[in-house]
Each structure stands twice: as C-alpha cells, then as structure tokens.
Design a binder for this molecule. Sequence first.
Ligand code: ZN
Length: 454
Amino acid sequence: MPASGQTLLLKNADLIVTMDEQRREIKKGSIFIKDNIIVAVGDAIDLPQTADRVIDLKGHIVIPGLINTHHHMYQSLTRAVPDAQNGELFTWLTTLYPMWERLTPDMMKVATKTSMAELMLSGCTTSSDHQYVYPNGIKLDHSIEAAQEMGMRFHACRGSMSVGKNQGGLPPNSIVENEKAILTDTQRVIETFHDASRGSMLRIVVAPCSPFSVSEQLMRDSAKLAREYGVSLHTHLAENNNDIEYSKKMYNKTPAQYVEDLEWVGHDVWHAHCVKLDDYGMKLFARTGTGVAHCPCSNMRLGSGIAPVRHMLDAGMHVGLGVDGSASNDSSDMIGEVRQALLLQRVGFGPDALSAREALEIATLGGAKNLNRDDIGALAPGMMADLAVFRLDSIGLAGANHDLVAALVFCNPGNVAYNIINGRIVVEEGRVTTADVPLIVEQHNIMARKLATA
Ligand code: ZN
C-alpha cells in the first residue's frame, strides 16, 4: 500500500480488546489509523476527533483480526461429501483424493475466494493456506491471485505430496509430484512472491503435506531450502492414532522424534493438529519455540481426539488456531472456531481448562507467533491495522452484556460488521467490499457439482 497519509478514525467503540502487552480492554475507546498502521489506541476523549474517514462504533466491540494458521481452501468444493462424512482421517483422505484430482486452476481461484470471504466475515484478517494438490496445471499462483483480489493478508504454503501408494504412502500415485519438481517450484514461488518486510501482505511457506505423503529426504531438503531463504515451515503432525502408528512403523520414531531428527523445530516452524503430541514433544516444542495450529472442529469431525492445548500452554508452547480444510470442518468460521477451542478443552480437561480470553489470545497473538510475526495479533501503536468489529445488538449476544469479551466467545456473535485488513475496509456494514459474494457462491456451487459428477 503506498503511503498516502490517509487517516481513519474508529470512534467510541463500547469495548476495544487490544491483546497488547498489558492486555488492555478499553471501554469507550477509539483507534486512529494512518495508511495501514495503527497510530493510537485509547480512550475516545484522548484521541483525535477527526480523520479523513470516521466510523462511529457505538454499540460495537473491536478485537484484533483473527489469524487462521491452518486451512486447505480448495476443500470448500468438497464439503459434506456423502462418502466422506463418517470416516477417520485416512479413510476420509482416500475417499476425497480422487475428487481433488479433478481440480482446475479456475476452481482453485474461486474456492480460495469463497473461503476467504467466509473467513473475513467471521473476523479473520490473516490466513495461511496449505495447498498440496497440483493437478491439471494448478499453481500456488492461483491461490495468491485470489488472496490479492480479496485483500487478505496471506501466508501461502507450497504444500506437496511425493510418496504415492506404490511407495507405501497414502495418496494415489496419480496425484503425487516428483520431488525435484516440488523443490524447483517451491524455490520459484519464494523468489517470485515472498515478501519478508514488516507489514507484509504475502509470505511463502515451505510445506510438504505430512509425514505419510512425502519422503524423509523431501522433509530435509524442504527445511534446508526454507532456511536458505528465511521462510517458515509447516506440515501436519501427530493428527491421530493411525498417524502415530505410521510414524513408528516407517521411521521407528514418534512424530516428535521424527521432526527433531529432521530439524523441523524452531520459531520458524509450526505443525497442524498435534492431537497426539507426547510429553517429550511438548517439552521439545516449548524449548525450541515450535508452534502448533490447533484445529478443534476438524479434530472432532474426524474423531481424531482432543489436542492437549491446556498442557501445551502450561508447557510454554506457542499455540495458534486453524479452521483446517473445509472438507473436515466444514466451515471457515474463525470466531466459531475460538468457541470450539474453548469448549473442546473443557470436554477433555475440565470446565476451567480454557477461558474465553485465553481462547481469543490463541486466535490472535498465538496465530502471530505461529506465523513468526510481531506486527499483527494486537491493537497497539505501530502494529498493522488489522481488526474485526462485531455489533453488540445482534440476537446471538442478547443478554450477554455482563462481560463482552466472554460474550463474543461463549455466544454466537454472527458475522462481523467491519473487517479491516492493512488499513483497508474489506467488510463494511456486514458486506464484503472486495468481491461479489453471491456471484462467487454461484460459481462455486456449479464447480462443486462438476467435481461430484465428473
Ligand atoms: Zn490440514
């Protein structure tokens, strides 16, 4: 965004949840933004009273934009597929692989836009997308184009699968790629798109899909490549019991031992799920600053188990939140995922296992740590202007005005009124400003039908 000096004042919000160092919650607060950066956050009377654009937020609550650290956006085309409704991870995957084999570049673009629109309406301002299927000429470039059109802050993960069925892996041979081609294309997208600067709207992540779909060598080569360029690493890990068994059978190691051996630990690495991460893994991850993307809906949907998030936090680990792919959630509702994170910890570890404020912190500051960023996740001077605004007069929040922060997590606040990303209003009065959502949904539905019947 060119620095044009444009100012935006968000005025008189009933509550601003800052997630700053003091965890301030400011009643009757304002936020003053210049271009894409927050200049001031505080009591409305202490802040400037005018700006180029002023939005009165009386009757609203403001939170830092939610950060989604695990997704497969193309999967919005295969939601609630009949044969994939009731299986565990490996059965679910083998049912869906043949459908994903028929994806096209146009489908990838429309599905990414659909997922992003849904994410934005649920308060998400930054998302990663773990894209690991490349049939029919699909490139990571297609997801990136979609993110740029939507105006979403994006961490595009160049995923990959290289070990097909005939080599003992899970995916069909027809959907896996050659390892040399994977590394060459990963290097290409880093060199073409990765922006390491503060406030970056686009970063590339090196992200082989999972230990059961790529070789040990590709994991090692990926880590080497990522570190040469200073980009992050991401994969799936320790998702369910079958995943653990595979690791023990193939490598004679637990998932934690496997990634330690591969040097897939550090502040530049975050792993999705870790439902079955053991004590050794928790200590290892805490010591090395390795992050985890907790995906409660997907873990419930596939019956994978309950990730020990309470223990992870107590061990000092970085935990962020992810909605996971739209075929195992089956939605991209970030504020809803915050609620599910809170509820699922309580099922596993008791009613005080996770508070509303802790759940919200995972989805903001926790997400920023996963993505190795210090410029998003909180509302404070110098941070990027990414924030979500919810109405307080919605039916879902009626009667919950005793504690507005808890209300947002325990109740159903519905879609955002405003979503601001990098100082740009991408949702205004409940409508996405960067895309024609009804048109995208129509295209998306036609494509989903095509995938089902091809
Ligand atoms: Zn996933």
